[in-house]
Design a protein around this ligand. Sequence first.
Ligand SMILES: O=C(O)CCC(=O)C(=O)O
Ligand SMILES: [Fe+2]
Length: 327
Amino acid sequence: MSFDKRVAGPPASEIRVQPPDAEELWDAIGRLIDRDLETFTPDEFVDLALAVQPLLPSDVRRRIIEYRRRAPNGDVQLLRGLLPSDVAFGPTATSQAAQISGPAQRAALLLVGVTLMFGEPFNYASLWDGRLVQHMVPVRGKEFSQTSQSSSGMLDWHVEDGFRDDRCDYATLLCLRGDPAGASRYAQARDLQLSPDVVATLREPRFLMRPDTAHVLTGEAPIRRLAVLTGPESAPEICYDMHGLTPLDDADTAAAAALRDLRACLDEVRISHVMERGDMLIFDNRRVVHARTPFAARFDGTDRWLMRTMICGSAVTFRRWGRRVPD
Ligand SMILES: O=C(O)CCC(=O)C(=O)O
Ligand SMILES: [Fe+2]
């Protein structure tokens, strides 16, 4: 079991791709690429990635469909062994919006190809230059920021882009280079054990969410009023950010106390996984809160390196904005 430090929660869902299958997949993806993928528009890139899906082992496709429909083993899905062990990736990207080159292009196509089983990949124009595939890498000078650029500091509990009601339904992360100290943490809304009155408070729209600091917003920053917990009791949804979320009313001590209880509970039910090369994590961004533990960045080309895409699960919603959502 890879979710090694799990404190609570149902068994994690893990699918392992066998080395010969990973090699076959890698070679087949290589044959799809006949020019520099950086010359593709985001739509062209996604069209090419459509050819990846039929190349995936059939049990991987079946398990993904099961996860999408019912998530029987939890709202976080881990795929392992996707990258052959002998592929030499170049130095770790040095910024979130860096261009992708060499074998990392093939990995990006693989990531987007799997992503297409969940919906349409997109990004916001205001986030990391709107790039469809972003690098989750440490950046010098940002060691203690609350963004994926951080390293020495804990990246605290959050959902992706909780200040937007069109936040992604899923996010996927593919690990090109791991770091044993940088563990990904997840807490599922379904695992929370909170008292009924705390749940009732969190289900009321008594909270405000400020924008994520990773976004470069033009004009006035939107502030969203929201309930932290929504949806059916059997599959609750959560919108949380340790730094962006506050009670609407400063005098609402019950709302502030509910947030404190929730934060403590997130730690209690957390699932922890150290991403290793070839691991792909898919999490339901409506039902899962995530975080990352501190690690030491060296800035010498060997640091932790994940690639990420965000997914809109609804074709109807996707058609409003397309691949790059305006502010
Ligand atoms: O680096 C990670 O594991 C996750 C990064 C992340 O959660 C973020 O950038 O929002
Ligand atoms: Fe995140």
